[in-house]
Design a protein around this ligand. Structure first.
Ligand SMILES: [Fe+2]
Length: 242
């Protein structure tokens, strides 16, 4: 326990910062059904939101070692870079969703977009998984999946296909698009909400998400996530009354 608390400290999230971040999450703008992340007012800096579970909670599908690097190094770097990039600009103190919308497709704002989107995407990704996930979606989501894909299995297959075939780094997403559910894939930091769709869940297919555990076997990682970790309840919450 002591070691775990020390590790959380090494991730730079103190108990006080975590509370500030969570408070900010609770009151900030909701975009796409997912609570936005704005800087803590007192520090005017973005903080790394706490993981929703322990680093070893997704084993054996995703190791604590992978989560330690992925969350503690990669996502932290996006947050730190964003803080440097937006300091004393029009984007300082802006919720991440607004930065993403304001910078998408703008050649002179690529670095800000990439780091803001990656900070948002990763927090969404952590919540798209849970220990003992997988299984059947909640009834209302299941009905929506069946009307859009024909069956949960067909939806699962499309998610796996998108995740495995995304060329290079990127993301596979379940989204709500005009009243129907769809599976899309995006390269690099791109997020489907800039295409006016509502993200419901995502799978990170950057190599840093799986290489320590699976090397080049991305399909094994993707199938493990879909079968054992995917958090259909989170997708259902994001769908809401849509
Ligand atoms: Fe990642």
């Amino acid at each position: 326990m002591k070691d775990k608390e020390d590790r959380a400290g090494a991730n730079g999230v103190t108990r006080r910062q975590a509370l500030v971040t969570l408070g900010t999450l609770a009151i900030s703008t909701v975009f796409g059904g997912f609570p936005g992340q704005a800087p803590a007012a007192e520090s005017s800096a973005y903080t790394l939101p706490p993981l929703p579970y322990r680093e070893n909670a997704l084993e054996p599908v995703i190791s604590a070692n992978t989560i330690s690097f992925h969350y503690g190094k990669h996502q932290r770097a996006y947050v730190d870079n964003l803080n440097k990039l937006v300091a004393q600009t029009e984007f300082a103190n802006m919720p991440l969703e607004k930065i993403i919308a304001a910078t998408a497709g703008k050649a002179d704002k690529v670095a800000i977009f990439n780091n803001a989107a990656q900070a948002w995407n990763h927090t969404f990704y952590w919540r798209s998984m849970q220990p003992k996930g997988g299984g059947e979606p909640p009834v209302s989501l299941k009905q929506k999946i069946e009307s859009s894909f024909g069956s949960v299995d067909a939806c699962r297959k499309q998610l796996a296909e998108a995740a495995v075939t995304q060329f290079g780094s990127g993301w596979a997403w379940l989204v709500l698009d005009g009243g129907k559910l769809k599976v899309v894939k995006t390269p690099d930091a791109d997020n489907p909400m800039v295409q006016n769709t509502k993200p419901l869940l995502t799978i990170d297919v950057w190599e840093h998400a799986y290489y320590l555990d699976y090397q080049n076997r991305r399909a094994d990682y993707v199938n493990g996530v879909l079968d054992k970790l995917i958090n259909w309840s989170f997708a259902s919450e994001n769908l809401g009354g849509s």
